[in-house]
Design a protein around this ligand. Sequence first.
Ligand code: UDP
Ligand code: MG
Length: 132
Amino acid sequence: MERTYIMLKPDALKRKVAGEIISRIEKKGFEISEMKMLNLTEDVLKEHYAHIAEKPFFPEILEFMTSGPVIGMIVEGDGVIEGMRRLMGPTQWVEALPGTIRGDFAFSTGENLIHGSDSVENAEEEIKRFFG
Ligand code: UDP
Ligand code: MG
């Protein structure tokens, strides 16, 4: 069964929409097989976000992602990687349509509520990183 790493970012918890987002994942029919709350360190974020580490906005992302706890999840199902990316909506908040998580709740590209793996390879790497 395909699996992906999903993470509810600190804004989802602060804004009290974590339950709503988890509910959407459940209603879609995907299986949440593991879930935990955790506080991220700068070191783990530099690994997880290596592909944006050189971007000018990266210091803000580090500050945001360490500003409070996150919820990490392993989510399983056929086509779950692409399926979760579609439920989430695109990265740029202006492009995220209503009905998607980012489209309904995000009005910032940096603080966009949720992370989802973008490939099988990255999903396995991220699951290993956050669940061991
Ligand atoms: N990000 C940002 N500005 C951008 C692109 C990305 O602030 O122009 C942040 C945003 O929080 C995003 C994260 O960096 O979720 C990781 O970027 P990625 O391209 O992997 O987007 P995602 O996979 O989260 O949609
Ligand atoms: Mg990404």
